[in-house]
Design a protein around this ligand. Structure first.
Ligand SMILES: [Fe+2]
Length: 189
């Protein structure tokens, strides 16, 4: 069960209308290493992970939905004042004719999100290593998104998200060590 708190995890401000940047941000909305994939990957893996780390997957999976909400807010704010001509010039003409300025789970190239982006091997170590890789890829993508804009307000929220990926990666690494230690004690591996 979840309780919704009606505020963003971190404030999202943008200083200008920039539909092209919104297009790029979709990589973290419906892309392979994006927030939707992260949230669904971790929450789904909980059922076969040892009890000692299931809380970690719940915590991080839940937080990823809060990050998804921040990305959605950025994309909406960057496009809400865009004209059809501006959307077309930004490479969002295809998006405009299907969705106006509504959001859709797709990556920066317009490819719809797919469950093939995520894995659930049922093996705790394999799943946690996938999670660490996912966090590192998300961190890298946030850095490259920061590099693509001169909007300091947008950069501020993107830097927050980049740092959360670092924290998540560290916590998943700790979970691996916890399970390795536990397995060694039980002589499982
Ligand atoms: Fe994350």
């Amino acid at each position: 069960m979840w309780i919704y708190e009606k505020k963003l995890q971190y404030p999202v401000r943008v200083s200008k209308c920039d539909p092209h940047m919104a297009k790029l941000l979709l990589e973290q909305y419906g892309g392979a290493d994006g927030e939707l994939a992260a949230a669904l990957r971790y929450l789904n893996q909980r059922y076969s992970i040892p009890d000692k780390v299931v809380g970690l997957l719940t915590d991080i999976g839940t937080e990823e939905f809060a990050h998804l909400e921040m990305i959605a807010t950025m994309a909406y704010k960057l496009t809400k004042d865009a004209t059809p001509a501006m959307m077309k010039a930004a490479g969002l003409g295809d998006h405009y004719v299907a969705h106006d300025n509504g959001l859709f789970y797709q990556n920066a190239a317009g490819v719809p999100w797919t469950a093939a982006y995520i894995q659930s091997k049922g093996d705790p170590i394999a799943d946690l290593y996938e999670d660490i890789a996912a966090e590192e890829k998300a961190r890298a993508t946030y850095q490259w998104l920061i590099d693509m804009t001169d909007d300091v307000d947008l950069q501020d929220a993107l830097k927050f998200l980049r740092e959360r990926e670092v924290v998540h990666s560290q916590r998943f690494r700790e979970a691996v060590e916890i399970l390795k230690h536990e397995c060694a004690a039980q002589k499982v591996f």
